[in-house]
Design a protein around this ligand. Structure first.
Ligand code: MN
Length: 291
């Protein structure tokens, strides 16, 4: 890992607008997970559409996996902290996602894929984030990249905070993926006890922090384990500051809102009802993701 030359100056850190607990749910063929970014938050957290958190050592919670299903109109970013998941899709991509690796998949006009656990016991832990595509790019060709842990850029601050930059740029370190239009930032922050971490965030971007180990304090408010803090949007704000008392781990996600209508029907996210009906028809007719 690198050492950043200098931390971003943050003089007006963001406060917390709201803390979200998430909803236990099941998806795929019966995978138990917590949906933290739910449909009712899509407008508020535009361009992000969903955040699922999975963390279990009970194989019954994950063994059924996510057999073949379609997607259209957005990107899925899966960050696997522990466990092994095999991906196969209709565009001919296949990959094994494991141990700190990230899979970035652009569904675009359509993919049909499966995401199946490749283990029968042990811990499965990770996140799946959905990032919307702008209207004019929803029907682009599918794209896919597996990014093993070792290829994710990172840095350690003078206080010993270890940061992995999956997307965007944090404290001068560019991440593994860059995206125009929505300019997503996605970082994983590993804080030792009694440390402070800061990074710049454009005031116009929607942002949230999800704490997955320990707890952190943001703008004087404590955020406990398994909680998402939605950061307030204030015109003067120039970044975010996290303070830990004990060891803590969190992801920070931000992006520029698209401000376009969001129409979701299950695995399809388009702008209009007509486009959703077309996606359903294309899938039914075998034209969503022709081989
Ligand atoms: Mn999927």
């Amino acid at each position: 890992m690198d050492q950043p030359a200098k931390l971003d100056a943050v003089s007006q850190p963001r406060a917390i607008e709201r803390i979200v607990k998430g909803m236990p749910t099941s998806d795929g063929a019966g995978v138990k997970l917590t949906r933290v970014l739910t449909q009712d938050l899509q407008q508020r957290l535009d361009p992000f559409l969903l955040l699922d958190v999975f963390r279990t050592d009970d194989p019954d919670d994950y063994i059924a996996g996510f057999p073949e299903h379609p997607h259209r109109g957005f990107e899925t970013i899966t960050y696997m902290l522990a466990g092994r998941m095999r991906h196969r899709d209709s565009a001919g991509h296949e990959g094994l996602l494991q141990n700190g690796g990230v899979q970035w998949m652009t569904a675009g006009r359509g993919v049909i894929h499966s995401e199946m656990p490749e283990q029968e016991n042990g811990i499965m832990e990770g996140f799946q984030l959905w990032l919307n595509l702008p209207a004019r790019r929803k029907m682009i060709g599918p794209w896919y990249r597996d990014i093993p842990k070792g290829e994710i850029p990172g840095y350690v601050t003078a206080e010993g905070v270890a940061v992995r930059v999956i997307a965007g740029t944090s404290n001068g370190i560019a991440g593994a993926v860059q995206r125009e239009v929505t300019e997503p930032l996605y970082i994983d922050i590993d804080m030792p006890a009694d440390s402070l971490f800061s990074t710049a965030l454009p005031a116009t971007h929607n942002a949230f922090v999800y704490v997955y180990r320990g707890e952190v304090t943001i703008g004087g408010t404590q955020v406990g384990e398994g909680r998402m803090a939605i950061l307030a949007n204030v015109p003067q704000a120039d970044g975010v500051v996290l303070i830990s008392s004990g060891p803590a781990k969190a992801i920070l996600v931000s992006g520029k809102p698209l401000g376009e209508p969001i129409m979701q029907h299950g695995p399809f996210v388009m702008n209009t009802k007509e486009e959703i009906l077309q996606a359903i028809k294309d899938f039914r007719d075998g034209r969503l993701a022709p081989e």
